[in-house]
Design a protein around this ligand. Sequence first.
Ligand SMILES: Cc1cc2nc3c(=O)[nH]c(=O)nc-3n(C[C@H](O)[C@H](O)[C@H](O)COP(=O)(O)O)c2cc1C
Length: 362
Amino acid sequence: MSLLLDLALPFSRLFEAEDAHRLAIRALSMMTRGATPADDPRLSVSAFALNFKNPIGVAAGFDKNAEVPDAVLALGFGFAEVGTLTPKPQAGNPRPRVFRLLRDEGVVNRLGFNNEGFNSAVARLSRRKPSGILGINVGANKNSEDRIADYVAGVETFSPYASYLTVNISSPNTPGLRDLQTADALNELLKRVLEARERAAQKGSGRKPILLKIAPDVALGDLDDIVNIARKRAIDGMIVSNTTITRPTSLRESNAKEQGGLSGKPLFDLSTRMLAETYLRTERAFPIVGVGGIDSAETAWKKIRAGATLVQLYTGMVYKGFGIAREIKRGLSLFLDRGKHRSIQDVIGLGAVEAAASRQNA
Ligand SMILES: Cc1cc2nc3c(=O)[nH]c(=O)nc-3n(C[C@H](O)[C@H](O)[C@H](O)COP(=O)(O)O)c2cc1C
């Protein structure tokens, strides 16, 4: 079935980006699932007390409403992250709001947290038989009067269904959201989110790992604060990074000028440098999920070497199709053979100093 989906993908380019995405979700929801072949045991990774069969996940935004997490896992991914979900349903910005930068292999989006809200996701997730690792990414409604309260509600609502929860404060498409990355606001946010996690645990949901997802555009001085606070509050991990509001000068497509967050190949250098900078500041206090521009085994390997324990991708799947997880896994096993590494865990951070020092290819 996945082959059929791969064949369908170039065809989907005929559609406007958002319609093509709808089509992909529809196709996945109809997929019949056979048994997934076992992964190379050297690709297994443990992080936040979870055991991942392989380190490759689907990033938030692909399955915003938790419609197809199990179909995503059946494509060979080691974990799936759904969301961003906000308490109330939200329409997002007017269309068009997703733009493919074909020659750059990038995407610009200004969706603005369009999603069906907590209730509809809970209804879907409560029908699901838990299998595989599921992250649930939560955010705040645009017009919320207390944005932190929205994250608190997200943690309380989704703790029973999630393997881990992501606190997303890095979308560029909700005005003011990224201000939660400043020191005082972040400290208050994490304090309240962790209290919410305790309350959920006391109600019997288990103490679910909390990950913080940041933008690639934070200044290094601010990154110092973010990592210090994350360590002090003892969160379980960070995701680096969301899309960027910057535009590398190398971009060729004119729709790169569209307002929104840039993802895909043109985000790789910046997000990998930020990942390495984060890794060096954490001193292995917690694992990091590396995201941004992964579309091959080479790029996944570079992220892991830069400090990622796990990786995620979204735009790479738009350009390379649904077979991308299998292709990356095959390539990672070959790299392990070639370098005579016992496991992927031995590779994490080996190239972090070099990656942090590399100049942005802008
Ligand atoms: C169309 C689109 C929608 C996205 N929506 C979300 C979202 O709702 N929440 C979130 O945390 N990240 C969202 N992202 C960001 C991705 O999760 C990821 O961090 C970013 O795209 C970089 O990875 P990539 O280059 O592999 O796409 C979105 C990305 C795209 C392209």
